[in-house]
Structures are given as structure tokens and as C-alpha cells.
Write a protein that binds this ligand. Structure first.
Ligand SMILES: Nc1ncnc2c1ncn2[C@@H]1O[C@H](COP(=O)(O)OP(=O)(O)O)[C@@H](O)[C@H]1O
Ligand SMILES: [Mg+2]
Length: 262
């Protein structure tokens, strides 16, 4: 279970980018975080895995307070947090298998890693997961020989190799075509329930958020202004999150939402 309480993030002396967020996510819940560009979606995810230092507030994962961790304790906690990126973040010249095994880097020794002596159980788990997402036959291919959707599957498997307790995905489908995006969303949904893993997905495609996640959280200027099920996410909610561009007091950027697909 992830619990965020009163999370505030301020970059330098600027106004707070996250203004006291509260969120609790349990079990195998798949939650999408929607909001205009600059709303604070990425900052929120990065505070969870501490790529960004929270200014104040609390974030606990299965009871462990993440915001105060340092050094070895932080590295250990980061293993529990799988991350999937928009740009996949693969090492192109390495094979699919090597990219996947990189998910074990938080666990194996430096010697094991540089000499590529991963434990047999890691190799077996890698094949199991690659097979699950349909890329096992690419194990020895270079990562840059794969299509975008296949590359994102590698990214998902690498994250799962960490044996994470939560999966965070920052715009995981934004670089993919619509059909491939939907396949990745279905995959994340399926994996969440199979592995009892909560999944947080930053996504600007509202139609996909509604179709493929259990719960939608709407951010606007660093504040949570919607939290509910897909069926509660009506045009008023959409307008509250993305609307008001005509309002001169509003500094939201033009996000050109039409039919829920940005
Ligand atoms: N490293 C940073 N330093 C300063 N400001 C940042 C940094 N990262 C993000 N911001 C600012 O924080 C706000 C929220 O950004 P971000 O979390 O990336 O939003 P989103 O992912 O919703 O587009 C934006 O105004 C952005 O300019
Ligand atoms: Mg972002």
C-alpha cells in the first residue's frame, strides 16, 4: 500500500509545484494521474522514487517512510519501486535480455553484474516475464532492433525484474501509436492483478485512462481536484482539470483535449 500525505514539492524558491497531495493506493489498483502539462504529474512520481526530493510531507510504501531515507536504505527501498518511462530508457546496443537483467542491478553484486553472472533464478524469471509479455523470442536481439511497443515491453519487464511492490509509469504510452498504447495499457492492467501490484500511470490520454484504469486522479497546478472511478469522470471533471484556458488568471498551458484524447 502506498500512502502519500500532505506532499509538498517546491523547486528552489519557486511556488510549490505540489501543494499538499494526499493519496492512498492499495492492492492491485491501477490509478491514472491525469492533468495538463506542468500540473505536477512527473514530479509526484519522482517524489515517490526520490528522483526528486520532496519538500515536506510523507510517503510510505507498505509502512516504510520513503521521504527520509538516505544511502543504502534508499537504494534498498528503490528496488521496491519499479519505474516505466515514456522513452523506454533502454540501452540500445545491449540485448533485450541484458536490458531486462539490468532490473536486477539493485540486487546482484557489481562483480556479478560486470561479469554477467546473474543467478539462474534471475534468468528464469526474465524468461518467464518476457514470455508473459510476448518478447521472449527477442531475448538476444539488440534493444534498438525492436518496435516501440516491444521496447516498452522490455521496459516493463525490466521494472518487474526488481520484484517491485509498486509500479510507476510516467506517460508509458505517449511515444506509441494508439493501438500499441492500448496493448501496453491492457498489459499493465493484467500484470497489476496477476502480481497484486499497485500501478500509478501518468497519462495525458483521458480516453485510455478511463478505459484501462480503475481510478483516475486529476491534478491541476499541483492540487488534486479529482479522485474517482472512470464512470465518475464526466465532462465537468474534464473541464475542471483541463479547462479555463480562456481565463486570464489561469496559467495552464494549451493542452488541446478533444474527445478526451490529447
Ligand atoms: N527540475 C525542475 N526544476 C524546476 N522546476 C521543475 C523541475 N521539474 C519540473 N519543474 C516544474 O514543475 C512543474 C510541474 O512539472 P511536471 O511535474 O513535469 O509536470 P507534468 O509531468 O504534469 O507535466 C512545471 O511547472 C515544471 O516547469
Ligand atoms: Mg510529466
Amino acid at each position: 500500500m502506498l500512502e502519500i500525505s500532505n506532499l509538498v514539492k517546491r523547486y528552489g524558491k519557486d511556488d510549490a509545484v505540489l501543494k499538499g497531495l494526499n493519496l492512498s493506493v492499495t492492492g492491485s489498483e491501477v490509478v491514472s494521474i491525469v492533468g495538463a502539462s506542468g500540473a505536477g504529474k512527473s514530479t509526484m512520481l519522482r517524489c515517490i522514487n526520490r528522483l526528486v526530493e520532496p519538500t515536506s510531507g510523507s510517503i510510505t510504501l507498505n509502512g516504510l517512510e520513503l521521504t527520509q531515507l538516505r544511502g543504502a536504505a534508499l537504494r534498498k527501498a528503490r528496488r521496491k519501486i519499479g519505474m516505466v518511462f515514456q522513452g523506454f530508457n533502454l540501452i540500445d546496443r545491449l540485448s533485450v535480455m541484458e536490458n531486462v537483467l539490468a532490473g536486477r542491478l539493485g540486487y546482484v553484486s557489481l562483480f556479478q553484474a560486470v561479469s554477467r553472472r546473474y543467478p539462474q533464478e534471475d534468468i528464469e524469471r526474465a524468461f518467464y516475464l518476457m514470455d508473459r509479455v510476448g518478447i521472449a523470442h527477442y531475448a538476444n536481439k539488440r534493444a534498438d532492433e525492436l518496435s516501440g511497443g516491444e521496447r516498452q515491453r522490455v521496459g516493463v519487464v525490466r521494472a518487474l525484474m526488481q520484484n517491485p511492490e509498486i509500479l510507476l509509469a510516467d506517460e508509458p504510452t505517449a511515444s506509441l501509436d494508439p493501438k500499441t498504447s492500448e496493448q501496453i495499457m491492457v498489459l499493465l492492467q493484467g500484470l497489476a492483478s496477476e502480481m497484486s501490484l499497485p500501478v500509478l500511470i501518468n497519462i495525458h490520454n483521458v480516453a485510455q485512462a478511463k478505459a484501462y484504469t480503475d481510478r483516475i486522479v486529476g491534478l491541476r497546478h499541483g492540487q488534486m481536484i479529482f479522485d474517482g472511478g472512470p464512470s465518475d469522470f464526466n465532462s465537468d471533471a474534464l473541464d475542471a482539470i483541463y479547462g479555463g484556458i480562456e481565463n486570464p488568471d489561469d496559467d495552464g498551458q494549451d493542452i488541446s483535449v478533444s474527445g478526451g484524447v490529447a
